[in-house]
Design a protein around this ligand. Structure first.
Ligand code: GTP
Ligand code: MG
Length: 197
């Protein structure tokens, strides 16, 4: 699919203030700093669209980006960011869970996991929670450029093994790098296939 236009629409902390259209939405979630905002920029070929940072905790609101005037990419705050107060963590958790549980336009949630690490408890628990709530999701392995191919494969295999222990059938998954655009075509084709179905 070709990205003809990508524009920022609105940021907010409440699912009730999200755009009141029926266009399908594809949202990005995962631990703080995993590369959610960078992936949105990579998909849209626009490094300045979503704000990124080497320091975790950059995205703190729900951000809607309108793509091709037809559908949205949605950048969410990360979970598991420990360097803020308990109260702020709870507020972020509330923003994330209310969007995921209440936003009917959300067609698919991409759960990003860092391909450099072994399966993390926080991610496995989050994925379990999605399953319990019947949320449609796929897995996106990020930062693939940061590991040697053998290590990358070993980490991804370990994740898939852990997922298989949770799920009878593996969710769709994608291997990506925002640095060198790995996985861009696959992700956009996947979104297109859902949009058409
Ligand atoms: P929060 O908004 O804080 O939750 O983080 P985020 O998940 O949106 O991460 P963000 O996109 O801001 O990226 C975090 C850091 O990782 C930045 O320094 C990015 O440049 C870097 N990064 C993201 N994706 C990649 C990638 O594919 N490869 C490499 N090498 N670095 C990446
Ligand atoms: Mg971000």
């Amino acid at each position: 699919m070709e990205i003809k236009s990508a524009e920022f629409v609105i940021s907010n902390s409440s699912v009730g203030k999200c755009p009141s259209t029926h266009a399908p939405e594809y949202a990005f979630i995962g631990r703080s700093n995993v590369g959610k905002s960078s992936l949105i920029n990579m998909l849209t070929n626009n490094k300045k669209l979503a704000k990124t940072s080497a320091t975790p905790g950059k995205t703190l609101l729900i951000n809607h980006f309108l793509i091709n005037n037809e559908w949205y990419l949605v950048d969410l705050p990360g979970y598991g960011y420990a360097k803020i107060s308990k109260k702020e963590q709870e507020k972020l958790q509330q923003i994330i869970s209310s969007y995921i549980l209440c936003r009917e336009q959300m067609t698919n949630l991409f759960v990003l996991v860092d391909s450099r690490h072994e399966p993390q408890k926080i991610d496995m628990e989050f994925i379990e929670w999605l399953g319990e709530n019947g949320i449609p999701f796929s897995i996106v392995f990020t930062k693939a450029d940061k590991s040697k191919p053998t290590k990358l494969k070993a980490n991804i295999d370990a994740y898939l093994k852990a997922l298989k222990e949770q799920w009878e059938e593996l969710p769709p998954y994608f291997i990506t790098s925002s640095e060198n655009k790995t996985g861009r075509t696959e992700l956009l084709n996947y979104i297109e296939s859902i949009n058409k179905s």
